[in-house]
Design a protein around this ligand. Structure first.
Ligand code: RET
Length: 128
């Protein structure tokens, strides 16, 4: 698949509030909703590092494809989950197992844009 690696600036963010409502308090949602997020995706060998950056808070994960890892969503909803990232066609998909049902994300490149779908508990957020 096309490389996801690079630095990506957010140009659209649909239903981020709906997604967040499945996870966090309205107070934090109000702040988070105003942020222009930046994604930095790096690959070092078989290790991926994905950083979500903003003026308010940053969030980073690193993982190997197909290898379950312990994720602590620090500064987000502060939950411990078990996450696994796999390739499904041109999509990099993450399944996040924990207290919240049907939680995960998928990202892929289309043209010159990075698409990210975040889902939790029936809510879907679409970021480009
Ligand atoms: C911020 C600000 C504080 C509140 C919330 C946040 C949400 C972060 C999210 C990150 C998702 C990262 C993914 C990485 C892999 O592609 C911006 C830290 C709620 C939802 C999916």
């Amino acid at each position: 698949p096309t490389s996801l690696c690079g630095t990506w600036d957010m140009i659209s963010n649909v239903n981020f509030d709906g997604y967040m409502s499945a996870l966090i308090s309205t107070y934090l949602r109000k702040i988070a909703l105003r942020l222009k997020l930046k994604k930095v995706i790096e690959r070092q060998g078989d290790q991926y590092i994905i950083k979500t950056l903003s003026t308010f808070r940053n969030y980073a994960i690193s993982f190997k494809i197909g290898q379950e890892f312990e994720e602590f969503t620090k500064g987000l909803d502060n939950r411990h989950i078990k996450s696994t990232v796999t390739w499904q066609g041109n999509k990099q998909k993450c399944e996040q197992i924990g207290e919240k049902k049907n939680r995960g994300w998928a990202h892929w490149v289309e043209g010159d844009k990075l698409h990210l779908e975040l889902y939790c508990d029936g809510e879907v957020c679409k970021q480009v």
